[in-house]
Design a protein around this ligand. Structure first.
Ligand code: AMP
Length: 131
């Protein structure tokens, strides 16, 4: 059965898309820990990120780098933090999180409450900066 992320990539489930190329897809996390929290996902459905072959994993990091540059340009922050957890959705993904302090990366705290309209606006700003 397709993962929820494959359904998002296929357009069967809505998302706030940020960027896409032939192999990867980036969209806003629906329960963000910080404004602009984005997920980068390979279109190839693989559960564990370190099961991706080396060239694909390398290209995924380079894609994430371009998305991070767009986030950095669009959102006030010190830098973009990167983390991989993967306990909830069995489809490899990188979390890219705009941060100004270490605690912005902490998944244990209360998630932000952001309206769909605001998420759409944030995604639009990041999309505009993606090159
Ligand atoms: P984890 O697998 O532990 O890295 O967490 C999966 C992440 O995916 C969580 O931060 C969720 O908020 C996020 N997530 C789950 N479903 C969706 C969705 N439909 N759209 C956007 N983000 C999602």
């Amino acid at each position: 059965m397709a993962t929820i992320f494959s359904k998002i990539i296929a357009g069967e489930i809505p998302c706030h898309k940020v960027a896409e190329d032939d192999e990867f897809f980036a969209f806003l996390d629906i329960n963000p820990v910080a404004v602009g929290h984005t997920l980068v996902v390979p279109k190839q459905e693989t559960d564990y990120i370190f099961d991706l072959d080396d060239p694909l994993l390398g290209r995924m990091i380079c894609f994430a780098k371009r998305v991070a540059a767009a986030q950095k340009a669009a959102i006030i922050c010190k830098r973009i933090g990167l983390t991989v957890i993967g306990l909830e959705v069995p489809h490899a993904h990188i979390h890219l999180i705009p941060m100004t302090r270490e605690s912005d990366m902490f998944f244990g705290r209360k998630k932000l409450e952001i309206t769909p309209e605001s998420l759409a606006e944030i995604a639009g700003k990041i999309r505009k900066e993606y090159k």
